[in-house]
Design a binder for this molecule. Structure first.
Ligand SMILES: NC(=O)c1ccc[n+]([C@@H]2O[C@H](COP(=O)([O-])OP(=O)(O)OC[C@H]3O[C@@H](n4cnc5c(N)ncnc54)[C@H](O)[C@@H]3O)[C@@H](O)[C@H]2O)c1
Length: 251
């Protein structure tokens, strides 16, 4: 019960990595706010969690909905101890000239501006609890990814934002970290593979990129977030924790 009665808000919490976070935190006694644009999926997950949870519909690319999701979470549970900025999209494989600058703005809105906005509105609540912020970035932030310039740049923005915000937040006792997964078996991963000519071969190739020989599962990433949200990581702030099964080794 490492998060008993403490409150975590997970954006994009209904599926994939966000779902893994909700499940892991709930098993540890957390009160979980599952924020997702897909209300039905969020409600289904809430029903399956072992401790109190609430489903809140919000599109994180819309600032007013982010503000309202945070306000409703605090109204419902009375406080906020951890914000996990996880909601994100990965556009199909596209070279630079296949995506217009306007389309890049759309990616940034979902993947990065949402993170900024959620921190903006959550800060006053996290100051009261000396809470934590965890931004779900990606190894693409440091390694790059072919045909994914907009995505990788949005993840890089989350990482550098994390470091700068950690400096500001240290004064308030709030720790801010990012996690950088390599490849995680989620609906996003599978729908991205489906845009490629041979999805099964692509998933096998992706699994083999990790020396551990597989992708991460969603609860492994959830447990990494739990570590960053508890005093087990009390001296860690401003870091991008590479949760990559060794994928970045052996150059
Ligand atoms: N899957 C991976 O291998 C991988 C690797 C590195 C980083 N990431 C990052 O992890 C995060 C989660 O990825 P995933 O693979 O779990 O994705 P996913 O598509 O499997 O799940 C994402 C969840 O977020 C929700 N969501 C998407 N856009 C939203 C929006 N605008 N507002 C509210 N909710 C929204 C979806 O409804 C869904 O429930 C993303 O930020 C992604 O960039 C994933």
């Amino acid at each position: 019960m490492r998060f008993s009665k403490r409150v975590v808000l997970v954006t994009g919490g209904a599926r994939g990595i966000g779902e893994g976070c909700c499940r892991v935190f709930s098993k540890e006694g957390a009160h979980v706010s599952v924020v997702d644009r897909d209300l039905a999926a969020a409600e289904a997950l809430v029903d399956a969690l072992p401790h109190p949870a609430v489903a809140i519909q919000a599109d994180v690319s819309i600032e007013s909905q982010v503000r309202s999701a945070i306000a409703r979470t605090v109204e419902h549970f009375g406080q906020l101890d951890c914000l996990i900025n996880n909601a994100g999209i990965h556009p199909p494989d596209t070279p630079l000239t296949g995506m217009t600058p306007e389309q890049v703005v759309d990616v940034l809105r979902v993947n990065f501006i949402s993170t900024y906005a959620a921190c903006y509105y959550a800060l006053e609540h996290l100051k009261k609890t000396k809470g934590t912020i965890i931004n779900v970035s990606s190894m693409t932030a440091v390694l790059g990814q072919r045909n994914s310039t907009a995505y990788a740049a949005s993840k890089g923005a989350q990482l550098s934002f994390t470091k700068s915000l950690a400096l500001e937040c240290a004064d308030f006792g709030i720790r801010v970290n990012a996690i950088l997964p390599s490849n995680v078996d989620t609906p996003l991963m599978r729908s991205w593979a489906a845009t490629l000519p041979d999805p099964d071969a692509a998933l096998d190739r992706i699994a083999s990129l990790q020396p551990l020989g597989r992708m991460a599962d969603i609860e492994e990433i959830g447990r990494t977030c739990l570590f960053l949200a508890t005093d087990d990581s009390s001296f860690i702030t401003g870091q991008g924790l590479q949760v990559d099964g060794g994928a970045s080794l052996d150059y």
